[in-house]
Ligand binder design. Structure first.
Ligand SMILES: Cc1cc2nc3c(=O)[nH]c(=O)nc-3n(C[C@H](O)[C@H](O)[C@H](O)COP(=O)(O)OP(=O)(O)OC[C@H]3O[C@@H](n4cnc5c(N)ncnc54)[C@H](O)[C@@H]3O)c2cc1C
Length: 249
């Protein structure tokens, strides 16, 4: 049974008609960057709940969640209508293994995100955990449909300034062309070498680990390319590999 705590919404950032971020204060337990909590809302005396990744670093005073409204969904249309001052419920404990402790040491860490899947990577990178020292290079890739969906680009650029040459930041847009961004989808851009060329780093089974977060179709298509093209395999504690994933649905 989960222990629920009450969270107070401090701010709702409405980025687009579908994308929003909740800034929340709540007495949750300390989490590990990359983990998620469950957000609950009372509907007809029952708690309706869904999983959301922490986007903020664990030592941040406010909790932050980056959320996409699913118009036909049961939960997000209710969540989207909340305002600052409203309350939600959150599980006191955090969950999940999409964390640096689970990633084997290697030279190049690739963090590939689609949509709101950028959240855990920002939490991990803003945490500045010493475990990041085990990687020589980190590639942060955010794939979205339109430029207006790159709502955390300024935070990504700030991280680039902090980590300097250790961190490469690359945006991908699938529905419009924009200078500096790659055009297309993550799996295709890996398959035709465009992503490697653009970031100036090779994906190599001998020195790379790939984290994938967000849309399950992006994850399965990307895994297929990584497996076929580079001979990578899923990473498990007892059977180490090169791919770690967090599927959002
Ligand atoms: C570990 C974990 C962490 C997650 N973290 C986040 C997060 O940080 N931000 C976030 O936005 N979501 C996140 N999710 C997804 C979230 O838990 C919900 O599934 C999502 O918000 C949809 O809820 P809903 O009730 O509105 O839709 P539902 O009624 O649950 O789903 C309706 C259908 O919509 C589709 N769907 C679900 N999510 C999406 C989506 N994001 N985009 C398009 N279609 C979708 C699915 O096909 C689903 O069957 C996470 C999921 C998991 C498992």
């Amino acid at each position: 049974m989960s222990t629920w705590v009450v969270g107070k919404i401090i701010e709702v950032k409405r980025w687009t008609d579908k994308l929003f971020s909740l800034i929340v204060q709540a007495p949750v337990n300390t989490f590990i960057a990359g983990q998620f909590t469950r957000i609950g809302i009372c509907v007809n005396s029952m708690i309706m709940q869904r999983a959301y990744s922490y986007l903020n670093a664990p030592n941040s005073p406010n909790l932050e969640f980056y959320i996409a409204t699913v118009l036909e969904g049961k939960f997000t249309p209710l969540l989207r209508d909340l305002r600052s001052g409203d309350t939600i419920m959150l599980t006191k404990e955090a969950y999940g293994h999409f964390i640096l402790d689970e990633i084997p040491s290697c030279k190049n860490l690739w963090m590939l995100a689609s949509g709101t899947g950028i959240g855990p990577y920002l939490s991990i990178l803003e945490d500045h955990n010493e475990r990041l020292n085990q990687f020589s290079n980190i590639v942060l890739v955010h794939a979205v449909r339109f430029y207006k969906n790159l709502n955390y680009l300024s935070r990504m650029k700030k991280l680039k300034n902090i980590y300097s040459s250790k961190l490469r930041v690359q945006t991908i847009i699938s529905q419009e062309e924009l200078s500096g961004s790659l055009f297309g989808r993550i799996p295709t851009l890996i398959e035709n070498n465009s992503l490697e060329k653009k970031v100036g780093l090779n994906l190599d089974v001998s020195n790379s680990h790939v984290m994938l977060c967000g849309n399950p179709q992006m994850i399965s298509d990307t895994k297929e390319v990584l497996k076929k093209k580079y001979g990578m395999k899923d990473h498990m504690r007892r059977n180490p590999g090169h791919i770690t994933q967090e599927r959002y649905w």
